[in-house]
Design a protein around this ligand. Structure first.
Ligand code: ZN
Length: 192
């Protein structure tokens, strides 16, 4: 077991697109185990390979509750094959210590990936689940996209980064997500 150093916001590897994994070597398996240990050590629910300086398409997630057994899932070469609905919540990232901001997400996703033995699997993450959120967050890391790019309130994000002495937001990376925002706006109207 080894705890890996987590790359912090501002370092270039977080903005790079990661490569597909062509062979699940011993090295990849050890990296996955170390990523799981590093995620637990830092009380995270997910960790992507670029966050430990490896620009390859792999991430780990464990959304089990404190009173449940550990349930780490390794995703290799993942693809989100279905996404629906809209959600928003405060989210954080191990590469952004202590910064939490309100971000847009789809509420449901279906993802296809390979496990550590190279076997394909499909996971459907329930509407509004933490798993759905975590899959989108970690999958984004493989394309150099960060959670702050999904910010709903740019001023809140600027402040959260500043308060935690993190580099400034790159506004050119902000995502315009009208399809999600429209559903959220309708939901808000209905709630009134
Ligand atoms: Zn992250």
């Amino acid at each position: 077991m080894a705890i890996l150093k987590i790359v912090k916001y501002g370092e270039t590897s977080l903005r790079q697109k990661s490569k597909e994994i062509s062979k699940i070597s011993k090295k990849i398996k050890i990296l996955a185990e170390n990523m799981i240990d590093t995620m637990y050590k830092n009380n995270g629910v997910g960790l992507a390979a670029p966050q430990v300086g490896e620009n390859i398409r792999m991430f780990v997630i464990d959304v089990s509750e404190a009173n449940e057994p550990y349930n780490p899932i390794v995703f290799i070469n993942p693809k989100i094959i279905k996404k629906e609905g809209a959600a928003h919540a405060k989210e954080g990232c191990l590469s952004f210590p202590n910064a939490f901001v309100d971000v847009r997400r789809y509420s449901y996703v279906k993802v296809k990936a390979l496990d550590l033995s190279g076997k394909p699997f499909i996971i459907e993450a329930k509407e509004g689940s933490l798993l759905a959120r975590a899959i989108q967050h970690e999958n984004d890391h493989l394309d150099g996209i960060l959670f702050i790019d999904h910010s709903r309130n740019i001023f809140e994000t600027i402040q959260a980064l500043e308060e935690n002495k993190l580099p400034e937001i790159d506004k050119s990376k902000l995502l315009d997500e009208p399809e999600i925002e429209e559903i959220l706006a309708n939901k808000a109207d209905n709630d009134e």
